[in-house]
Design a protein around this ligand. Structure first.
Ligand code: SAM
Length: 244
């Protein structure tokens, strides 16, 4: 994918706050726990969106600053969590003060961030021995109608996009550690359709193409008489630590 296409897809989230929040999943507790260093207090969340990951940070009693370039996504987050400090900015240039955070977390968003500029900014914002962790939820569709449903709208997995340019990232951090976990959720069939409308390939498609995909998805569900869907997910977390 070209960098222009990446930017177009990243910017697609500018208009989708409420729908996004309603249908996207949160993050499993073991992954969130692993993403954070012991004793963390001040946490910066980059690409925070509507706050799906923020919820889990607040439940742990952390003080969260949430950064995202989309006013529409941040409006949902701010309405749900008025005490969180929100900053409308790109992760590459947040305008926040040096060495202000014990940890940075990035849910489903690091692949939208320029790796060199984003890493340099993250290193500036972290305190010594601070950590940055990137989390990705990946759908694991079952063989059969779920795989056919997924194939209507191919969506490169975030963790694969980042692997592709990882070599240029020049993280000013230590070695990468990785954690993986698996989980599932069961949702109404219509929510399953709507989930796919929150993805960047849908958001940037023409209205005609969007209507075609919706019709194909609904006919697949009808053909298989599905009214609730159990969705399997694999969550990957990458964690890096600044030197002391
Ligand atoms: C897939 S959403 C993830 C939102 C949230 N973290 C979650 O897990 O639900 C990706 C988010 O990255 C944001 N984004 C896109 N480009 C960005 C950038 N350069 N810096 C920070 N965030 C960015 C989008 O506005 C969007 O809110």
């Amino acid at each position: 994918m070209s960098s222009d296409e990446m930017r177009r897809r990243a910017d697609a989230f500018r208009s989708t706050g409420v729908t996004y929040h309603r249908y996207r999943p949160g993050y499993p507790d073991d992954a969130v726990g692993w993403a954070l260093p012991d004793g963390a207090r001040d946490v910066l969340e980059l690409g925070a969106g509507t706050g799906r990951l923020t919820d889990a940070l607040l439940e742990r009693g952390l003080t969260v600053t949430a950064v995202d370039p989309s006013a529409s996504m941040l409006a949902v987050l701010a309405a749900r969590h008025p005490d969180v400090s929100v900053v409308e900015a790109r992760a590459e240039a947040t305008g926040l003060a040096d060495a202000s955070f014990d940890a940075i977390v990035v849910g489903q968003a690091w692949h939208w961030i320029d790796p060199a500029a984003g890493s340099a900014e993250a290193a500036r914002l972290l305190r010594p021995r601070g950590t940055i962790a990137m989390l990705w939820n990946q759908r694991v569709p079952e063989d059969g109608w779920q795989a056919a449903f997924e194939a209507v709208q191919p969506d490169p997995r975030g963790v694969d996009l980042i692997s592709r340019h990882d070599a240029d990232a020049r993280f000013p951090f230590g070695a990468r550690e990785e954690f993986r976990t698996a989980w599932e959720r069961t949702i109404p069939a219509e929510d399953y359709v709507q989930l796919y409308t929150t993805q960047s390939p849908f958001l940037i498609a023409s209205p005609e193409e969007q209507a075609r995909r919706l019709a194909t998805w609904r006919s697949l569900l009808r053909a298989h008489a599905v009214d609730r869907v159990t969705q399997r997910y694999a969550t990957t977390v990458w964690r890096f630590q600044l030197p002391g």
